[in-house]
Design a protein around this ligand. Structure first.
Ligand SMILES: *Cc1c(COP(=O)(O)O)cnc(C)c1O
Length: 388
């Protein structure tokens, strides 16, 4: 198939992806492609991406440090701002140390490539984020993908595996479903089978558990029982980047060996300074998480009253299962015509035949925003019914 044929095929199958042009800050009421919309597709769960104090910290830090970090962390790009943020993240998560990466994708590639090689084995939930999958592939380790949230399926693989180094990897909150990993069971299995356990808490950090400490805190799991914790900063924290938290030894090992840490320019120090401010807000303003919970309840109870095919989720990620890709795209277009931005998620991001609308809620939404979404979904219910 030529490149052009591939593109035409994607179009014919409703799989073609296009980019929208954002002309405002990331917030519920946005200007996108010249149109005023209410957005339900940002991961800015706490409304911090355009928070005035976070912006001010960013500006002040750019006065002090300039814009570019100029070099990799191991050359001379590791600024005081980065260092302070790492210390704050370690303290907040309860791990001995934390290490900043420029993106979550790079953090996941870095950890797996550094810890594993040919002859080792990765056990991964089938619905894990693509970056965990890519990391596992990059490492050269054998990859076993267990059924989603199915600890029996995982236990079966663990029992059959003869590898000495084994790593279980899971999303804390699954990014396209919104459900939680069964972490207590995974912790027990990892102990029983002498495997490492790594959680990618991109969608739990800042949102779940007391003070927003994430999925572990939600379940009351002690950091000592879960050796590798990773989370991103571009979602609930509203800035950019990611970190891995773990033991002193793990973090030093990653500094020495994780290629996506070593061979890349450090992210701008002002990003780290802004993130430090948002981490303070995350801790100081639990009302943001309470508001988010209220909106999730409002959305779910109204959607269930309408009999919409909601996925089971108690988090800010709420999926409406559509099935085929063209219908999902059509629904998304109908919602856009009503001024509501909701993305259609299609294969290969989700398994074939499970195209869906992925609605993400934010503490910055209002009850009126949810009402408008519910109204528009009600008007387009016929498209959903046909699928069921
Ligand atoms: C968004 C996301 C990532 C990637 O993080 P970036 O900082 O955007 O590169 C990794 N894992 C999960 C589960 C995510 O949702």
């Amino acid at each position: 198939m030529t490149l052009r044929q591939f593109l035409e095929q994607q179009q014919a199958q409703g799989l073609y992806r296009t980019r929208r042009l954002v002309q405002s800050p990331q917030q519920p009421e946005m200007r996108v492609d010249g149109q005023r919309v209410i957005s339900f597709c940002s991961n800015d769960y706490l409304g911090l991406a355009n928070h005035p104090e976070v912006r001010r910290s960013f500006q002040q830090a750019s006065e002090r440090y300039g814009v570019g970090s100029g070099a990799a962390h191991l050359v001379n790009g590791h600024s005081l701002a980065h260092h302070r943020l790492e210390a704050a993240l370690a303290e907040f998560t309860g791990y001995p140390r934390a290490l900043l990466f420029s993106t979550g994708y790079m953090a996941n590639l870095g950890v797996t490539q550094a810890l594993l090689q040919r002859g080792d084995t990765v056990f991964a939930d089938r619905l894990n984020h693509a970056s965990l999958l890519d990391g596992a592939r990059l490492s050269g380790a054998r990859l076993w993908r267990y059924r989603h949230n199915d600890t029996e399926s995982l236990a079966g693989y663990l029992e059959r595996s003869e590898a000495t180094k084994r790593l279980i990897m899971t999303d804390g909150v699954f990014s396209m479903e919104g459900d939680l990993a069964l972490l207590p069971e995974l912790v027990a299995l990892a102990k029983q089978h002498d495997a490492w356990l790594m959680v990618d808490d991109a969608h739990g950090f800042g949102v779940l558990g007391p003070q927003g400490k994430g999925s572990l805190a939600h379940y009351g799991i002690a950091p000592a029982d879960l050796p590798i914790y990773m989370a991103t900063l571009g979602k609930a924290l509203g800035t950019a980047g990611a970190f891995v938290a773990g033991s002193e030894t793990l973090i030093e090992y990653l500094i020495q060996t994780a290629r996506s840490y070593i061979y890349t320019t450090a992210s701008p120090p002002a990003i780290a300074a802004a993130t430090l401010k948002s981490l303070e807000i995350v801790q100081a303003e639990p009302e943001r998480r309470a508001q988010l919970q209220t909106l999730i309840q409002q959305f779910r109870s109204n959607a269930l009253d309408l009999d919409l095919p909601l996925l089971t989720s108690s988090t800010a990620i709420q999926g409406i299962l559509v099935g085929d890709s063209p219908t999902a795209v059509k629904l998304s277009e109908q919602l856009l015509a009503a001024g509501l931005l909701v993305t259609a998620i299609r294969p290969p991001t989700v398994p074939k035949g499970t195209a869906r609308l992925r609605i993400t809620l934010s503490a910055a939404h209002t009850a009126q925003h949810i009402d408008r979404l519910i109204d528009a979904l009600a008007k387009n219910r016929s498209l959903l019914k046909k699928q069921a």
